[in-house]
Design a protein around this ligand. Structure first.
Ligand code: GLU
Length: 496
């Protein structure tokens, strides 16, 4: 019988949630969703010097922002809790005691000096095995007990069975990976300060939580043979392992701060959409079919499979992320764009107040102009600004003014434009009629088209990057359009 799918994401709260961790979380989440399983969040906070509650909170917030809902874990609990390792130390201790009672683990009293002396001696006699020399492996049980009772410091080591042979890991990504058990030492599972080591705590948890698949970064591949030894000692079923490749920067080096923003929060604060970010990270090492790049969350949650994870390292490409973000914004439903991007951005830029009311069809038409020109949410306010300011408050971009409102012919162009616009009645106040009416100007004035429209655009929108002219003029309305030209004429007179 195959086990029910139970996977976990187990961050150490020693820092924020980074891109690599976020991708691991996404893969675990998607794998659980695609296989009707459970996604468990566990906080690996056994390193008390580096773990903080604040980091845990930051990680939880980042996961919630990414939309990776967990079925068991902090804040929601579950049948296999508690879900923070510091709350589980008793369980690890019990497990270690049991292994000692069964002769599968033993206390070791060797001091660092003894260990170093043993290593040096092994080196000197060119012993192929230079690891722990297993001094305490055969200590008499009564003697060990007495030394513990006398308060002598000790660690607990696991007995790697003699003649264990190779530990073979059928990794779902890398295929069969082999490790020589001889290299594994009788490694420490409990330190002398009473804290469990990562390899031990993690396996106790994964075994007790009935984890079926361990999907994590391949920096943990080298820990896996030790972990298999712990599963075997505990008599627990070994999960399926899937070790995912590193994420590299464009220079081929492991992704780090040098490559720019690395924490999920930074991306959130820069305005990336969670859906786009999840889609982009999912593709760093996994593909749906090798071609499709826009993969909505529902598809990921339905189709994700370990068999399509690539062995090769993936390269993080911020340009591709930007492209994807723009695609997600473009394809948003208009109302969603208005509510979640346009209005909040206008408010953030103080272009509207929080209780401002707008005609909904007018707003939908504004959105139709702004949405395709919005790559990042903040662009929306920049593009839409001229439509939300009146003539008096229209911000005039300095460089655009220098280009559009200086020169001998500016006054002429603006006066004629004003006459043309005043002559149009309300029935004709729509984009196409406005464009057609203004189109005659260059020929009539014998001026270059580019110059004429540069001037009109700066007069009406205050910049040269605004949405199409006819549409913009239509949306600001006749009175305001005329007032804008009047203001620009005055400004041009000062400048020229
Ligand atoms: N706490 C470990 C880490 O953050 C996770 C280890 C694992 O997934 O086994 O790297």
């Amino acid at each position: 019988m195959t086990r029910p799918v139970r996977v976990r994401f187990a961050p150490s709260p020693t820092g924020k949630l980074h891109i690599g961790g976020a991708r691991t979380a996404i893969y675990n989440w998607a794998f659980a969703r695609a296989h009707g399983g459970s996604f468990i969040l566990r906080i690996d906070d056994t390193d008390p010097t580096r773990s903080t509650d604040e980091n845990t909170q930051i990680i939880l917030r980042a996961l919630r922002w990414l939309g990776l809902d967990w079925d068991e874990g902090p804040e929601i609990g579950g049948a296999y809790g508690p879900y923070a390792q510091t709350d589980r130390v008793e369980l690890y201790r019990e497990a270690a005691e049991r292994l000692m009672a069964e002769g599968k683990a033993y206390p070791c009293f060797c001091t660092p000096e003894m260990l170093e002396a043993d290593r040096a001696a092994a080196r000197a006699r060119k012993d192929p095995y230079q690891g722990y020399q297993r001094r305490c492996r055969c200590l008499d049980a009564a003697e060990a007990k007495a030394r513990i009772a006398a308060g002598e410091p000790y660690v607990i080591r696991i007995k790697v069975p003699e003649n264990r042979g190779d530990v073979v890991i059928p990794d779902a990504v890398h295929g069969e990976v082999r490790f020589d058990a001889k290299e594994l030492d009788d490694f420490v599972i409990f330190r002398s300060d009473g804290t469990p080591t990562y390899n031990f705590a993690t396996v106790c948890d994964d075994a007790l939580m009935n984890i079926s698949h361990v999907i994590r970064g391949d920096d943990h591949l080298s820990n896996t043979p030790r972990q298999v030894i712990v599963y075997e000692a505990l008599g627990a079923e070994v999960p399926v392992f899937a070790h995912i490749s590193m994420i590299l920067g464009a220079d081929g080096k492991k992704l780090s701060k040098r490559h720019g923003a690395t924490s999920v929060e930074e991306y959130r604060d820069q305005g990336y959409l969670a859906d786009a970010f999840v889609n982009y990270l999912a593709l760093l090492g996994w593909s749906l079919d090798g071609d499709t790049t826009l993969i909505p969350r529902e598809v990921l949650a339905r189709e994700f499979s370990l068999s399509r994870i690539s062995k090769n390292p993936a390269t993080f490409d911020p340009k591709k992320l930007d492209w994807m973000n723009a695609e997600y914004i473009k394809s948003m439903d208009t109302q969603a764009f208005i509510q979640s991007i346009l209005l909040p951005q206008l408010q953030a830029s103080a272009l509207i107040s929080s209780d401002a009311q707008f005609d909904s069809s007018w707003l939908a038409r504004v959105a139709a102009l702004v949405q395709p020109r919005t790559k990042m949410p903040a662009d929306a306010a920049v593009v839409a600004a001229p439509l939300f300011q009146d003539a008096e408050h229209l911000s005039m971009d300095e460089a655009s003014v220098a280009k559009g409102l200086t020169g001998d012919t500016v006054g002429l162009v603006l006066h004629r434009a004003q006459e043309i616009l005043s002559s149009l009645d309300n029935d004709n106040w729509h984009a196409q009629a406005l464009d057609t009416a203004l189109e005659v100007l260059p020929e009539e004035l014998e001026l270059k088209k580019r110059l004429v429209f540069q001037t009109i655009r700066v007069a009406l929108c205050g910049n040269l990057v605004s949405p199409p002219l006819g549409e913009s003029i239509e949306l600001v309305g006749k009175d305001d359009a005329l007032a804008r030209i009047t203001r620009a004429i005055a400004l041009a007179e000062q400048l020229n």
